[in-house]
Design a protein around this ligand. Structure first.
Ligand code: GLV
Ligand code: MN
Ligand code: MN
Ligand code: MN
Length: 456
């Protein structure tokens, strides 16, 4: 189904690279860490600023205490934010109770299930400016591309910015898309979820203007058949496309992620006075468990099995005090779900053995999430493939080892993902980079894919 008769020449979908690069650069300034790093955490001032529409003349941030108001807010050039950009592209904007933002371009058969595209803009501490952002600003630009081309959608096209793909603040990954996918367990959990400063999820959401009036978070759940397809554009976050000089990755599956919180407790005590035979050091139990995670992952001899202890906190955190409490967060993933589940079981057994051997208490072992993998839908894969072909872009099928909101959207809609190359595969660090040429290629493939899906 060509989007135009006669079939469009491959150069007729043109991306405004300059403007897109400028938007990416501007968005990266909404950060709580210095450039080139980006830190943008859910419902903080920077996250709220990056979302909103600033009306001409409204340049203050009275909602926030003077101490945390940002100087950048008063600079008139910083007016391009997600809702604003959606509005400028002629989309009608709505937000749900947790701040998933939707922009809709009504099709000429508006009763048909829409085609959706988008990603996230939250950024883990000291990360880069492309993860997620390319899929949000890129989807808005894809709409602009289609409008400039004169395309008329049959099924409506929608752009989404998901709330909190990253687990940084509340320990919950893909919070917005998990809720959209209808997770009752998450609705329940969010009633008593707090961040590191003991601020509840609901209070944080309210301070950002969401979850008003004790709003029932089940209101976020998508109806069945809300969307006929979901497509996410994202940087690869791995080195394959760059190494092989391929422009487009067509994702066929997303690996199965899991995360675990562990806490050990011991007696602590004076680092000089308590002699070695008399200690039960919670920190050493944590160190031993971290090494056990690595061992269990490597035991399979599979390159696809990974495990990471990215958080390890010791209490009281003084050089001359034996750790009385240790808190770990463990991330483990695999494209093979059963193998990933065996790793989780082994980690649990090790935690319990270590606590017995060291005489420390295993005060918490909580599996925060243990998600199955997701498969892309053939129809969406076909649309992405023919779009790449028609645009004369080299492409290959691949697996996503990172997780994405697509993992959860796949539960509600046929799903597909478009990857673009990124420098050395770097991600989740400030060196993350994709060239505007590669981004523009991704946007063109996305635009043509959305057009095909809209007319199908
Ligand atoms: C999400 O950013 C992930 O860790 O894959
Ligand atoms: Mn990420
Ligand atoms: Mn991402
Ligand atoms: Mn991710």
């Amino acid at each position: 189904y060509p989007i135009h008769e006669p079939p469009l020449p491959s150069n007729s979908l043109s991306v405004n690279k300059e403007s897109l690069q400028k938007q990416i650069d501007e968005l990266s300034t909404f950060s709580d860490s210095p450039a080139p790093s980006v830190t943008r955490i859910l419902y903080t001032e920077k996250d709220v600023m990056a979302r909103r529409t600033i009306r001409q003349g409204n340049t203050s941030s009275e909602k926030f205490p003077v101490s945390v108001r940002s100087k950048t807010l008063n600079e008139p050039k910083l007016r391009r934010f997600v809702k604003n950009l959606m509005g400028l592209s002629g989309l009608s904007v709505r937000e749900d109770a947790v701040g998933n933002i939707f922009g809709r371009w009504e099709g000429y058969e508006p009763e048909l299930a829409a085609v959706l595209s988008g990603s996230h803009i939250d950024a883990i501490p000291h990360s880069g400016k492309y993860d997620g952002v390319v899929g949000v600003l890129g989807a808005i630009e894809a709409i602009n591309v289609l409008k400039r081309f004169g395309f008329k959608p049959k099924k409506s096209l929608e752009v989404i910015m998901f709330t909190s793909e990253e687990p940084t603040r509340f320990g919950i990954s893909c919070l917005g898309s998990r809720l959209l996918a209808g997770s009752e367990a998450l609705v329940k959990a969010l009633k008593h979820t707090v961040d590191n400063h003991n601020i509840s999820f609901l209070d944080a959401a309210r301070s950002a203007g969401y979850a008003k009036d004790q709003e029932d978070l089940t209101s976020v759940f998508l109806d069945e058949d809300s969307y006929s397809a979901f497509v996410e554009l994202h940087i690869e976050q791995g080195p394959i496309l760059e190494e092989e000089s391929i422009s487009i990755g067509i994702v066929t599956a997303i690996a199965a992620p899991a995360s675990i919180k562990v806490e050990f407790k011991g007696n602590g005590g004076h680092a000089g006075a308590v002699l070695m035979p008399n200690r039960n050091d919670a920190g050493l139990a944590a160190a031993e468990l971290a090494l056990a995670v690595e061992k269990h992952v490597l035991e399979f001899g599979s390159i696809d099995t990974v495990g990471t202890v990215g958080i390890m906190e010791l209490h009281p955190g003084a050089i001359n005090s034996i750790p009385s409490k240790a808190h770990l967060q463990i991330d483990t993933r695999d494209i093979d779900e059963s193998r990933r589940n065996i790793v989780i079981d082994k980690i649990r057994q090790s935690a319990s053995t270590i606590s017995k051997n060291r005489g420390v208490q295993l005060s918490e072992f909580q599996i925060v999430n243990q998600d199955p993998p997701a498969l892309s839908e053939d129809s969406v894969i076909k649309a992405m493939e023919s779009a790449s072909k028609e645009l004369n872009l080299t492409h290959k099928k691949m697996i996503s080892r990172a997780y994405h909101d697509s993992l959860f959207m796949a539960r509600k809609s046929p799903m597909g993902m478009i990857f673009i190359p990124c420098y050395k595969g770097y991600s989740h660090k400030p060196e993350e980079y994709s060239s505007i040429e590669d981004i523009a290629n991704g946007v063109r493939v996305l635009a043509l894919t959305l057009a095909k899906l809209s007319l199908s």
